[in-house]
Design a protein around this ligand. Sequence first.
Ligand SMILES: [Zn+2]
Length: 682
Amino acid sequence: MKKNSAFLSIALIVMIMAIFPSCNNSNKQMSNTNKVPAFDMSTIDSTVKPCVDFDGYVNGNWKKHNPIPSTEGSWGSFDILDKETREVKIKGIIKELLAAQNPKKGSDTQLIAGYVRSYMDTVTIAKRGITPIMPMVEKVNLVKTNGEMIALAGELAKINIGGPFDVGIGADDRNSTMNAIFMGQGGLSMRDRNYYENKDAAMVKIRAEFVAHVDKMFAAAEWKTANPGKTILDFETKLALIQLKNFELRDPVKIYNKIAFSELQKLAPAINWSDYYKNFGLPTDTVIVQDKNYLKKLDQLIKSTPVEVLKTYYSWQILSHFASQLPDQFNKETFHFFSTIMYGVKEQRPREERATMSVNRRLGMPLGKLFAAKYFPESSKKKIVEMIENVRAVYSERIDKLTWMSAPTKEKAKKKLSAFTWKIGYPDKWKDYSTIDIQPDKLIENSINITLWDHNDMLAKAGKPVDKSEWGMSPQTINAYNNPTNNEIVFPAAILQPPFFNPDADDAINYGAIIGVIGHEMTHGFDDQGAQYDGTGNLNNWWTPEDTKNFQALGKRLEDYFSAIEVTKGFNINGKLTLGENIADLGGLTLGYYALEKSLAGKEKPKPIDGFTYQQRFFLGWAQVWRDNMTNESLINQVQTNEHSPARWRINATLPLMKEFSDAFGCQGKSAVTDAQRIVIW
Ligand SMILES: [Zn+2]
C-alpha cells in the first residue's frame, strides 16, 4: 500500500497484529487443512505453572524447538503462516505466471511476471548502478532555495519519497461518506520519535549506527557531501522533537483540525504550499491537519535550515527509498541497518523470497485476485458470518448487563453494534491496473510506475464520496482490521487458515483463535478510539459525560496495569500507546468465551479432549495463536513504536485479568492478579 494513503489507513484502521517494516468453487480447499491438528499437545511445557506463566506453559516446548530463523526478527504463528502463504501459495501462482508465453501487455500476468523478472535480473541491476535514481537526485542538486526544495518535494512525494509532511486522501472523520485531504507528520528515517530521543544505551547505539549507515551509503554512491550521517541525524532529530508522540496520534479529536488552504499558508509561510500542492497534483482545498503547532514549528525549522542541509536530506530520502532495489552494495548496507541493527535479523532472505515479498506488496491486489480464486473456499465465508453474528449477539447481551454504563448510552452502543458491517475473503470488485508500464529489465522504473498508479488512484478520490466497498488489505494478508469511518470489520482470506481458523478443529479451539480475532476487531469499535465514532462512522460523541468518565477510569486502570510490565531490561510496555489493542484483546476474548458458551446452551457439554475441558481449550486456542519468539531488538522496536503489546503479553497479561480464565485453570490464589484487580470493560 502506498505510504501517502497508508498514513491515513494507519491513523484510522486498527489491526489484530503488528506489521513490521507486510469466485470460488466449493472443491477448492485450502491446502493442508486436514493435516493440521486442532491443538498440538507437544508444544506444552508441563513444568511451567499455567496460572503463573500461561505462555510458557502452553508454548514452552514449541519455543524451545522453534528458534528464530536467521532471516527473521520474530517467529510465531503469524510469521509462519505468512511465510507459508508466500512461499507455497503465492510463489506457486507466480511460477505459473512466469511460464506464460507472451502475456498481453498490462494483463495481471504481464505485470506480475514482468515485475518479478526485473527484481531477479541482478545483472542488469548491477550494470545500471544508481543511474535510474539520478534524474531525481540531479533535480535536487539544481535547487537554489528552500522554497524550490519544498516545491520539488511535492513532485518527490508523488512517488513516495518522504518528507516532513505526508499528504493523502481518505474518509473525512466527521463526514465519513465524503473524502477529504489529510496532512500529517512524517520524514523520519527511523520512523518514530523515540528512536531520536530515547536515552537508553541501546537507542544511543542505534543512532550511532544510523550515522555510520548514512555515511556508507553516500560513500557507495560516490557523493561528496561532508558528514552526511551527522547532517541527517541532526536534521531528523530536530524534526522528531517537534512531532507528536506516537500515543498522541491515537486521539482522533486532537488530530482532526480542518482548516482552509489559506490558513495553511499562514501557519507555515516559509513553505510554499501552492507549489507543493501543484506538483503533488492536489486541489488547494480545505485540509485536515494532525497538529497546527507542528506546522508552526516546522515553519521555523525550514526557515532556519540551510538549503544545503535540505538538499542532503532529500538526496538521502531518494537513495534510502530505493536502496533495496539498487545494486548489492546499497541493498546489503540497507539490510544491515534497517534489519540487523533495528530488528536483530542476522541474514538477508534469499533474493527469490524477497522478489515474492516485493511483488506481493507492490501488486498485492492483482496477485490477491488470483490467490482468492484459488485458495478461498466459499464454505469458510459462511462459517465466519455465523461466528460474527454470534459475537454480535453476545456483545449486545453484555452491553445490557454492564454496570458502569447508563441506559441512554447503552441504547446508542447497541445501535452502533447493529450497524456494524463486515467484509470477508476478498473484494467484490477489482481495480484495473492495466495502464501500468512494467518492463522486465527496469526494476526502479517499474516501482515508480506502480507508485504513480496508486498516487493517481488516490488523487481521483479528491472531493468524491467514499467508496465503501474498497479494501485496505490484500486477500493474502495474514491480518484483520476495523475501519471506524466505515463501521466495519474486515477479514482477508489468508487469516481464515489454521491455526486461526481450522474447519476440522473443535469449536473451543476455533472460538479461542478466530472468534478471539473477530471479537477483537469488533471491540475496536468500542475501544478508547473507536468509541468516539458513531454507527454511521462519524467522529461524533454519543456518550453521556458520566459514562465517559467511567469508561476512561477503566481504561486508565488497564493502561497502568500494562505500563508496569517490563518486557526486556529498561523497556516497559507503553500503556497509553497500546490501550486500544489491550481493550480489544480483553473484550475480544470475553466475547469469544461467551459466544462459545452460548453456542453450547441447551446442548450436552463437550467432553474433555487431551485432558482439557472445553473452557480450557478456548484459552489454549488463544495462546496458540500468539506463540512467538522474538529478537531483543524487535521486542524493543515493538514496545517503542507499536500499538500492540508483544505477543507473550497478549497471553500473559490479558488472560489473568479474566475470572473465566482463572476459573478454567483453578488459578484462585495462584495467580498474581487478584479478584479485586480484575478489569471488565466489555
Ligand atoms: Zn487490534
